[in-house]
Design a protein. Structure first.
Lengths: 477, 1015
């Protein structure tokens, strides 16, 4: 990655011209260096510059869009076709497989096989087997790689999300988006580098904690910022009632002038950072509304995503995700809370699939049309899968094997990686632990998971923790 | 029971062998005073320990599982053996040196795969150390602190000791300390550090005008005596113990802990000694005759996150809570990171996996479950405040009065028994069955506050069986309403039946309906219709799930009947509640109650048939009792008493609950191999302190109290060092040992160990006196120095390890809020009570569920309380607190992050709390004694930062005022809009346009860096 010309040169000049701050601020701002509490020398100007001058090795992608299918989509009704299950429908699961295994709501109950509730068919030239509930995603078959051998360690929603995001179920650790931002910083000048969107619909909406996008012990400037679909998209981004853009500008300018004036006496390098923070805040007050005002999207695009822009749906969020990607946001996470199908997995999966199918496909296609798919990693999947065993007419949580797919950034399209056993219970071939997934994602971003570390409590922490983690080179083109 | 803590000075042979290097602890009589030497002398602790820990010990350290080649470089006798890895005084012959200087990737140490190569300087350091004899030193933190020899331990004044040690260190480094801070900076610093609030201008004036040499002392004493001190210190302590108002996992439901928070505030304000503070939190419930306060304190042990998530496995969560607790206890009290030892022996510290589980075993006696339900975290207690206690006393007095009235009433009734008996006999001949309608509208037996989930409809809205209303229940799935906790006088007997009237909607009938009874539990059910109701459902019929067959006819009122026997209500049981359940559809429910076929219970009817003279005594008494308790006048009095009881109950329940510790038979604790909770193959462990620190001598199983006593033992080198180091970091922004969270092997070596030791010793000598410790630190000149410094000093000591100067840092999130409210005059100072709810953006909790919830901001004076009282939602912390780096309190936070972000700017600019504060501040400005605009600006500026503005600042603010006066004059509606932010009224004497313009000025002031920074 070549050294970018600093965007600050441009933006600062614009800001100074507008606010008339020029002569006061310029000199010191461009040279100020400050030592931060975390002992990481960072450029005082930037709120979201990473700690690395450049990636560890040439990156394949610049950004990640994680479509988090929260609740745990059933791999058996989506991407992992298991004819054996159909044959065994209603019969007891072999005890050799289930004995002594962790189990959630089926604790103490009879374990009988539930056959696949939806048909599969081959899609694309590659003939990937994908459930018929995904006609549009199916059209992406030749671009995606389905990892069928994911496994995780946490069987309940909250800790499983925490595990998927931070590599551990212990609270207080940084999320993967924060790690990425910490390493690489953001390319956006007027938006946070890690943005989270949420939607719901389908199965019961399991809660999602802001822990999932927290920066943990990393500096808080690396934490994800949630964009809200109701009220102000970013907290406090709107002026107070009765205050127009000019009045707000007057206030910000006066704050900066006085801070600047006091710096001479206080010699506090943080004042430079504060000036920059107010500049960016002021810019965000304009950039966020222009981001979320999607009236400039042509109707064929809106049609392609199948959404009413700004309605908070998954489809609208997909469109917003593309806009974020265009604006240089590094890590974009969309949670759709609707995949927890303990009962009625047939109707449930069909319903939720219908909510995400078209927009997911539209996002990938749209990025490709803009030549951005090549440097974007798309990740589609949940915190775990679901049991081959019936829970009534639904399925319980399952962690020993499940599916997730990735696309973009030179991922080998039209392929699958790894397998589960004939019941879809255990990942048996080319198993991919959550940590391996993390290592691979970082690798694609040009980051070595063993070298991206942060000192905390006397230890060098990293996203992949102390256990072994491997880059899954088999999925890379 | 006599217990003796023999943890110190007593090292078991086994642990001594395992930790050979620590033998030195007890062999070397004193802790070596480290002098920063430039004579090339290499000291193990100061220069090498961290390096070796980082690069070598991962594979050649205490963790047996990762040990390579059987070589332990942390043990001298292992490293300096005949193997020749280290040959003291001869680096050339040392294999270690050959390896670290090797260019051969196969032989090179550390191996390239570790990704942590040694620099040339580091290699040279190791070489010199070996040439100097390769002397090890025990890890400094585990050694008893040493009082600096130059001072008398009993008589030396601590501020002078601090200054002298700092100065002599500076002299050695040929550096000079900064000048003393100017008095305004000093009073602001002290006010923030000790109370979390800025000084008022009159306090500043008073301080400036006080020429006495004791003025700082007087100021410090005043601040320490302020109740704000406890609120300020609580912020720090609550971060450590991860205090919050919600459970943390999954639905993150609310849980009441506020009495614990108030205990912490009070403890600091009362200057409770630190050892007692620790003891009460770890083992308050185990203290003899534990007070409510001590029980509240014991809530510490249960401050961990918990879950209600369906499908969670209790055993897994018990393991999670267990590990959480060990991590927290070790970090909070011992400044040690033991968490790693959950899965493997610690790579850097002598903590083993066995130590981890043994430490946790102290807490195996806590009554707790893995998966909770119903928003409760039993055991919990109610903690009534003084007002509630008084109200309860009043109610008790009222009840007593009624009780004595009852007694005298009954005396007057006695003579009428005979004629009553005759009347009853008459009725017994006439009446065969009697209904007691519990829900009769005219005289409801069931008070309103015992009814849950009732939705009444009148005759216009739906069918009503009797009276003016029935209860409509409609749903897509399971639904019920019920009453519970009703006092019934008559126990069930063999003939008792129950009834309920129901009307099933013909168009949309439920698929199943159920009546259910509570006699202490709800396991008494009768079901009509399908099996859709899952409560108590089993394949076979049983009293807890009795199938009655098909649904009754639809579209008409039907009387459902249940006999006591068929639902397992035995004779003598007392039914206190009834539930009306259905699956789907719509049903209307009306009268319900019990049927007896007697006027009086059967046994009394029998007794009445016996002539009075012949009645056995017990039957006679039984009859008299019944008569005296069922007379209408008595029933009336009793009803009054019931009302008082229920009032008492609700007053009692208005007292906040708090989670406490309760000791029960301890669970078996096993070492979990690799932390795997499903693996039961590990050894069972008993409570024990880390083995290398000694052994507790107890008779029987060691308790939490034993642990607390060991932690608070005067000889424990970690407890006092941990605490004083953290207090120092509160007052300087940096610890003497900069890794305030970890004093162990991966922590940093203290910048000035002798200073840390002096503080630790004085702290213990003073009887763990917290206020005294703080007082003595802030009275040192070292504390009072300016934060500004020469470029030279900043370059030579960028992190301020020498403490030649003070250090500015951002105010804590709570203080940012408090300051704005304080400056604006809005702050409501009231100590304690349930948590408060500042304005918060709507929909912020949209991602939460079970239950879904809508945040309700306080619309009363609680809106203006200090930040320490803000409702702490672990998964969605208030955005303002979060923006300013307040932690989620899911885990222990020793030191908060310090950031400086655009989100903070947006918050200060636009959060209604700050906008409202600005307009309240503006009203103060307009009402200030100053007349001229310039004067008002100067006055306002001084309120915000305690000093006079220079002319340029005045001019800047004047420009804002002037231009906005014009703007709002042209847009009066905009002014009105701005002034409507928040709920504090606009003073009628303030002109809205002018007030809005002043609000722009005060918004500038509240956004100034200086306002949110402590210098």
């Amino acid at each position: 990655m070549s050294e970018r010309p600093t965007p600050w040169t441009w933006s600062r000049r614009t800001f100074l011209r507008r606010t008339g701050l020029g002569s006061i601020a310029l000199g010191s701002l461009l040279t100020a260096e400050s030592l931060r509490a975390d002992d990481q020398p960072v450029n005082a100007e930037s709120g979201t510059r990473g700690v690395l001058r450049e990636p560890h090795f040439p990156p394949r992608v610049k950004r990640v869009i994680h479509l988090c299918m929260a609740g745990g989509p059933s791999h058996l009704e989506t991407f992992d076709y298991k004819p054996t299950l159909a044959k065994m429908h209603g019969k007891p699961m072999p005890e050799s497989i289930t004995a002594g295994q962790p189990i959630a709501q089926l604790q103490g109950q009879a374990l009988n096989v539930l056959g696949p509730q939806h048909g599969f068919k081959p899609f694309g030239q590659s003939g990937l087997q994908i459930a018929e509930v995904f006609p549009k995603i199916g059209e992406l078959a030749d671009q995606m790689c389905v990892i069928k051998s994911m496994h995780t360690e946490q069987i309940n929603h909250d800790p499983a999300h925490t595990f998927f995001n931070t590599g551990t179920a212990i609270s207080g650790r940084p999320s993967m988006g924060s790690w990425v931002l910490y390493g690489l910083g953001s390319e956006s000048e007027d938006l946070p580098g890690f943005i989270v969107l949420t939607s719901e619909g389908g199965g019961q909406g399991q809660p999602i904690s802001s822990r999932q996008w927290h920066s943990g012990f990393l500096p808080s400037r690396y934490q994800g910022v949630q964009l809200h679909s109701t009220g102000s998209p970013v907290h406090y981004v709107g002026n107070p009632p009765g205050i127009g853009r000019q009045q707000q500008s007057d206030v910000v300018e006066a704050v900066s002038r006085i801070n600047q004036r006091r710096q001479a006496e206080l010699q506090d390098p943080e004042i430079s950072t504060r000036l920059a923070a107010y500049e960016m805040a002021f810019r965000m007050q304009a950039s966020v509304p222009s981001l979320t005002d999607m009236s400039d999207e042509p109707s064929h695009i809106v049609e392609q995503y199948g959404c009413t822009p700004g309605d908070g749906s998954f489809a609208s969020n997909c469109l917003l995700a593309r806009r974020l990607a265009e604006r240089g946001v590094r890590f974009i996470q969309l949670y759709h809370r609707g995949w927890d199908h303990h009962g009625g997995v047939k109707a449930g999966v069909a319903y939720t699939a219908n909510l995400v199918d078209r927009a997911t496909a539209a996002l990938v296609t749209d990025l490709q049309a803009r030549d951005m798919l090549k440097d974007t990693l798309i990740v589609w999947g949940g915190e775990f899968g679901r049991t081959p065993m019936a829970q009534g007419d639904g399925r319980d949580h399952h962690i020993k094997g499940y599916s997730l797919w990735v696309a973009g950034g030179g991922i080998r399209g039209g392929t699958t990686y790894g397998e589960t056993d004939e019941f879809g219970y255990n990942a048996v071939e080319n198993k991919v632990h959550v940590r391996d997934f993390h290592a691979t994602m970082l690798h694609m971003l040009g980051l070595d998971h063993q070298r991206l570390t942060h000192k905390f409590m006397g230890l060098d922490f990293r996203l992949t923790g102390v256990e072994e983690a491997h880059v899954i080179s088999g999925i890379l083109g | 029971m006599v217990r003796r803590n023999a943890g110190f000075g007593l090292l078991t042979i086994r642990s001594a062998i395992r930790l050979g290097l620590l033998l030195l602890v007890f062999r070397v009589a004193h802790f070596p005073v480290v002098v920063m030497a430039d004579d090339g002398e290499v000291r193990f602790n100061r220069d090498l320990r961290q390096l070796l820990t980082d690069r070598c010990f991962p594979c050649h350290g205490p963790d047996e599982k990762t040990l390579e080649a059987g070589l332990r470089l942390d043990l001298r006798e292992n490293a300096v053996s005949e193997t020749g890895v280290i040959v003291p005084h001869d680096s050339e012959k040392s294999e270690l040196i050959r390896r670290i200087f090797s260019a051969d990737a196969e032989r090179m140490m550390p191996p390239p795969s570790l990704n942590k190569p040694l620099t040339d300087g580091e290699k040279d350091l190791i070489r010199r150390w070996i040439d100097q004899g390769a002397e090890y030193e025990p890890h400094w933190a585990y050694v008893a602190p040493e009082w600096p020899a130059a001072f008398d331990r009993n008589s030396a004044k601590l501020p002078e000791v601090i200054d002298a040690l700092v100065e002599s260190n500076l002299t050695r480094n040929d550096a000079q300390s900064a000048a003393l801070a100017d008095p305004v900076t000093l009073i602001r610093r002290l006010s923030f550090d000790l109370t979390g609030l800025p000084p008022t201008t009159s306090e500043v004036d008073e301080f400036l005008n006080d020429s006495s040499p004791q003025r700082v002392e007087r100021l410090v004493d005043r601040l320490l005596a302020s109740p704000r001190f406890g609120e300020r210190m609580a912020i720090y302590w609550l971060d450590l113990v991860r205090y919050a108002d919600t459970v943390g996992y999954h639905g993150d439901q609310n849980i009441s802990h506020s009495p614990y928070r108030d205990y912490v505030i009070k403890a600091f304000n009362d200057n409770m000694s630190y050892d007692r503070f620790v003891r009460e939190q770890l083992a308050g419930d185990l203290l003899p005759n534990a007070t409510i306060e001590q029980l509240v304190a014991s809530g510490y042990n249960r401050m961990n996150q918990t879950t209600e998530e369906g499908g969670s496995q209790a055993k897994e969560y018990l393991a999670i809570y267990f590990a959480d607790r060990v991590r927290n206890v070790s970090q909070v009290f011992l400044g040690s990171t033991i968490g790693c030892a959950q899965c493997h022996d610690h790579k850097y510290d002598p903590f083993s996996t066995v130590d981890f589980y043994s430490l946790g075993a102290f807490f195996a006696d806590l009554e707790e479950v893995g998966v909770y339900d119903n928003r409760g975290r039993p055991p919990m207690i109610r903690v009534p405040d003084a007002a509630i206690q008084q109200r309860l006393a009043e109610l008790d007095a009222q009840r007593k009065k009624l009780e004595s009235q009852l007694l005298s009433l009954q005396e007057t009734l006695r003579p009428g028994q005979e004629s009553w008996e005759e009347k009853i006999r008459q009725q017994l001949r006439e009446v065969t069955e009697q209904e007691l309608d519990w829900l009769d509208e005219a005289s409801a037996v069931v008070p309103e506050d015992r009814r849950q989930g009732w939705d009444y409809v009148t005759a216009e809205q739906g069918p009503v069986y009797r009276g003016t209303r029935s209860r409509k229940q409609t749903a897509g799935g399971l639904v019920q309403h019920l009453f519970q906790g009703v006092e019934t006088t008559d126990p069930v007997d063999a003939e008792t039946r129950f009834f309920a009237w129901v009307y099933l909607d013909a168009a949309q009938p439920p698929t199943a309906i159920m009546l259910q009874f509570n006699d202490g539990n709800w396991e008494h059910r009768k079901v009509w219709g399908s099996d859709d109701i899952v409560y108590g459902r089993t394949p076979e019929n049983r009293p807890a799930y009795q199938r009655a067959g098909a649904l009754p006819p639809l579209g008409q009122w039907v009387r459902l009947e249940v006999t006591a026997a068929e639902v397992g209500l035995g004779a003598g049981s007392k039914v206190n509640g009834m539930a009306f359940t259905q699956y789907g559809g719509t049903a209307y429910w009306d009268d319900a109650g019990r049927v007896t076929n007697q006027v009086v219970p059967r046994r009394l009817a029998d007794a009445l048939q016996i002539p009075r003279a012949d009645r056995p005594e017990d039957q006679a008494n039984d009859l008299t009792d019944y008569y005296l308790n069922h007379a209408p006048e008595v029933m009336e009095l009793r009803a009054e008493m019931t009302r008082i009881d229920s009032q008492r109950k609700s007053v009692e329940e208005s007292a906040p609950l708090t989670v406490v510790s309760k000791s029960v038979a301890p669970r078996t604790i096993r070492v979990l191999p690799r932390g795997n909770w499903m693996d039961d193959s590990g050894n069972v462990v008993e409570p024990a302190i880390p083995e290398f620190m000694g052994r507790l001598e107890t008779t029987g199983r060691a308790t939490r109290l034993d642990l607390a006593n060991w932690i608070c033992n005067d000889q424990n080198p970690l407890t006092s060092r941990t605490f004083v180091n953290r207090v120092w970091s509160l007052l300087f922004g940096r610890g003497i040992c900069s890794s305030v969270e970890d004093l162990g092997g991966q922590g940093t070596y203290p910048a000035q160990p002798e200073l840390l030791d002096a503080l630790a010793i004085r702290f213990v000598d003073s009887g763990w006196d917290v206020k005294n410790l703080i007082r003595e630190i802030v009275l040192s000149r070292t504390y009072q120095r300016a934060s500004l410094t020469s470029e030279d000093l900043r370059k030579r000591d960028p992190y301020n390890d020498w403490f030649a100067r003070q250090q500015s840092h951002p105010l804590l999130a709570e203080m940012v809020r408090d300051s704005a409210l304080f400056i604006s005059g809005l702050l409501v100072e009231q100590i304690g009570g349930p948590s408060t709810h500042p304005y918060q953006p709507a929909g912020y909790y949209a991602q939460l569920n079970f239950p879904k919830r809508e945040y309700q901001a306080d619309m009363n004076s609680n809106q203006y309380r200090r930040g320490v009282y803000t409702h702490w939602q672990r998964t969605f912390l208030h955005p303002m607190l979060k923006a300013f780096d307040a932690p989620s309190r899911e885990e222990c936070t020793v030191q908060r992050a310090r950031s400086n972000t655009p989100i903070q700017a947006l918050t200060l600019l636009n959060d209604p709390t700050f906008v409202e504060a600005a307009r309240a501040f503006a009203a103060r400005v307009m009402q200030s004694p100053e007349v001229e605009t310039k004067g008002k600006i100067r006055w306002a500026y001084r309120q915000a930062v305690s000093r006079e503005p220079d002319p340029e600042i005045v001019q800047t603010l004047e420009e804002v005022f002037a231009s906005h006066l014009v703007y709002f004059g042209e847009h009066p509606a905009a002014a009105q809009e701005l002034l409507r932010v928040g709920m504090v009224p606009v003073p009628s004497e303030c002109d809205p346009v002018e007030l809005a313009a002043w609000t722009s000025v005060t918004r500038v002031l509240l956004n100034l860096h200086e306002v949110i920074t402590r210098y």
